[in-house]
Write a new protein. Structure first.
Length: 414
């Protein structure tokens, strides 16, 4: 099927999804969840092909972790669809209503965005998440996954389309570009006659390519150079536990901690303790001169380290003399994703919350919580790091727009 035909089919499905009632959408989502679990072996077999190819190409461990599917992860995908089905349908909801002096009854009502395109890399779980959120909000979705996950994505889409067909819905509610070439991706970014919004998910390079080349409006979802600042008034054991979780629980995700900022007053007490804990996972530390005084085995950080999203067992370490210096450093090098402060000082916490510019800002908690599941949204379409339309974990409401419905009784404008 050509790119043009895929776009046409998505556009044909749009009016059907736009008016589909919530009960029907939930029926499809629950059937899709059932089939994902039922066809686990089929999906895992396809995923193993992608994993073997990735290992042969020397793919980094963090990216292999993103690519890998397990029975547990497939069950997680299915649970995401069940959670979405259990959420209220936002479409048709009245956001506000009022009657101005002209007597018109005006309602602001939620509607779908339209046809959504998603370009993503080695994250096959995105395929099911994107379908669930887009379908629940009445948006057909066209997916362009990376070549690394092509077999996994094809298998998942086949299962989801089977659920759609079984429920009497158009299979074109979700479509996948089988051609993963750069040329097709470039043409996809110009398909604004069919695609209403484009959402890239992946590396900073992928996102920049889409932003710079797309003629379709883009919602940026984030690369994550996420920081944790250990304040002079921090509980150091709590800080060590949080940094360990944020860095090592899953290294290949955008909400993992990549950069540590430490107040100079606590570096000598904190950094050796943290280094011992992180050595359990063989985490490489790269620090400035003051940090290396506290941990002599630490490697020297370069200027590039402060702005790097490693997606690996590497952590940069910057020492600062004040909260203001920490905030300035974070605002300079962050990617607008997730930042955290560890402190027992309420004033410091409030200042950090107010002055750090990011989609999610934490006090005494791991950055790993920036996630649609953890925020109670069900699955997520991505973490938006921009400020227009949507910011942070993008659940159902982020995939809607609105229109005004106006009732009159004969008014004409004088």
């Amino acid at each position: 099927m050509t790119l043009e035909q895929i776009g046409q089919k998505a556009k044909e499905a749009e009016p059907l999804l736009r008016v589909m009632n919530g009960e029907k959408k939930n029926q499809v989502l629950l059937r899709a969840a059932e089939y994902l679990v039922k066809d686990t072996e089929f999906i895992l077999s396809a995923n193993e092909t992608d994993m073997e190819n990735g290992r042969e190409r020397g793919m980094k461990e963090g990216l292999l972790d993103r690519l890998k599917l397990t029975e547990e992860r497939i069950e997680g995908m299915a649970e995401g669809l069940r959670q979405i089905a259990a959420l209220p349908d936002p479409i048709g909801g009245v956001i506000s209503e009022w009657t101005p002096e002209n007597g018109l009854d005006i309602r602001k009502v939620r509607v779908p965005l339209g046809v959504i395109g998603i370009i993503y890399e080695a994250r096959p779980n995105v395929t099911a998440d994107a379908f669930g959120l887009c379908f629940k909000t009445g948006n057909p979705v066209v997916l362009r996954g990376g070549s690394d996950a092509v077999h996994s994505n094809l298998a998942i889409v086949e299962v989801l389309q089977k659920a759609l067909t079984d429920c009497g819905c158009p299979a074109s509610a979700i479509q996948l570009l089988e051609d993963t070439s750069r040329e097709t991706a470039a043409a996809f970014m110009k398909l604004n006659r069919y695609i209403d919004v484009l959402i890239p998910r992946g590396s900073a390079g992928l996102i920049a390519t889409v932003v710079n080349n797309s003629t379709i409006p883009v919602i940026e979802t984030g690369s994550g150079n996420c920081h944790i600042y250990v304040d002079e008034d921090a509980d150091l054991q709590m800080a060590a536990d949080i940094v360990y979780n944020a860095k090592t629980q899953r290294i290949g995700v955008c909400n993992a901690c990549e950069s540590l900022v430490v107040h100079r007053k606590v570096k000598d007490a904190f950094l050796p303790m943290l280094a011992r804990k992180l050595s359990e996972k063989q985490v490489e530390l790269r620090g400035d001169e003051a940090a290396r005084e506290a941990v002599p085995s630490m490697k020297e950080a370069s200027a590039e380290d402060w702005g790097t999203e490693y997606l690996d067992y590497i952590l940069s370490v910057k020492t600062v003399d004040s909260l203001d210096e920490a905030i300035a450093h974070i605002n300079r090098y962050n990617t607008g994703h997730s930042e955290a402060i560890i402190t027992e000082n309420k004033e410091h916490a409030e200042k950090f919350l107010q002055e750090v510019d990011a989609a999610a800002v934490y006090v005494n908690a791991s950055t790993r919580f920036t996630d649609g599941f953890e925020f109670g949204f069900g699955a997520e379409i991505g973490i938006s790091t921009q400020k227009l339309h949507a910011r942070g974990p993008m659940g159902l409401e982020a995939l809607t727009s609105y229109k005004y419905e106006i009732y009159g009784n004969g008014q004409v404008r004088g």
